[in-house]
Design a protein around this ligand. Sequence first.
Ligand code: NCD
Ligand code: ZN
Length: 366
Amino acid sequence: MPTTLTLPKWVDLHTHFRQGENVRHYIADHLAMGCSGALAMPNTKPPVSRVKGPKTETAWSIEAYRDDLLSAGADAFEQLITPLYLTRETTPTMIVEGATSGLLQAAKYYPPHGTTNSEHGVPMEEWIGSDVLRAMEDNNVTLCIHGEQHALTGPDYFDLSQTAESYFYFNRMPKVLAAHPNLRIVCEHITTEAAARFVSESPPHVGATITPQHLLYTVGHLVQGLRYHLYCLPLVKFQRDRAALRAAVTEPGQEKFFAGTDSAPHTDKMTECGCAAGCYTGGCAPQLYAMAFEEAGANLESDGGSAAFTRFLSTNGPTFYGFDPSEETFTLVKEPSQTEIRETAEGPVTPLPSGLGIDLTWSLQS
Ligand code: NCD
Ligand code: ZN
């Protein structure tokens, strides 16, 4: 009999469901992989940059975007968090009213032009000490951060001694914490030793999500054969970074690091002069996370190993966001499986392991 692992259903605390016809496919893939909830990112077209009111050509509201997700299948989730995109339109009043209405639980910082649909972002330098972040701090609204310094190029953007992410965690984040000591912060999809250390050394209300790809791969996997399905932002990094992430997630009793896949479907991955950033892990994230824990040296058949995995995947995230973990369960089986390319009306979406030509070593029990 193959090993099985039965876990509380989990909440993907950073994912992209996009807009339009394909939303229902992406939500279905999340439900199929044992998700009881999701935090759906606001870098849609148009962005989710208001709290209430009808969708317009330039903005979606949390209220209207939620309605669309719920009618595309998200009503089957126990939890659905829809953060606000922080833009030049964001006001302190919006934060206070949003928090009071219960619609606003989190708001997202995007480095301008730093990643997919991030052109509405405002530099972090301008948010530090602002009334908007003060209002978030006072009203218990979590700040979700894409932690990369914008506008760096060449070796300042990515080199052994510095990346846009390490620069951000060394130079920007200490100032955010100093100016907003009570602000709840999730450092999203962290990829570097610098970010892991920053989160570990910060107070308990600073946590982080980590993706499967950043626990599994390094930049060598990306560049050897130019495996563009592994191209996401922040980029996969170096071995010492991956080792720091692996140590963070497997540390017994840790409460700060939790699952957030950054699953980011692209139907047009190749562009005229490059590649769209984002890896799709809908349908296969728990299997990939299990593989990553094993590669990190955790024995998922032992009590200690499965406890660390359960914390990371199923319980730390809900506890951080202030709700109970799911009482329902799902089961992983240690048996090889494959992912399939999903054909959609908008084009094919290739899940990460198929895009790398690899099989999963775990399956979902059907
Ligand atoms: C994300 C996307 O495609 O929306 N891409 C990515 O590489 N992770 C945006 C983001 O989270 O950076
Ligand atoms: Zn993302």
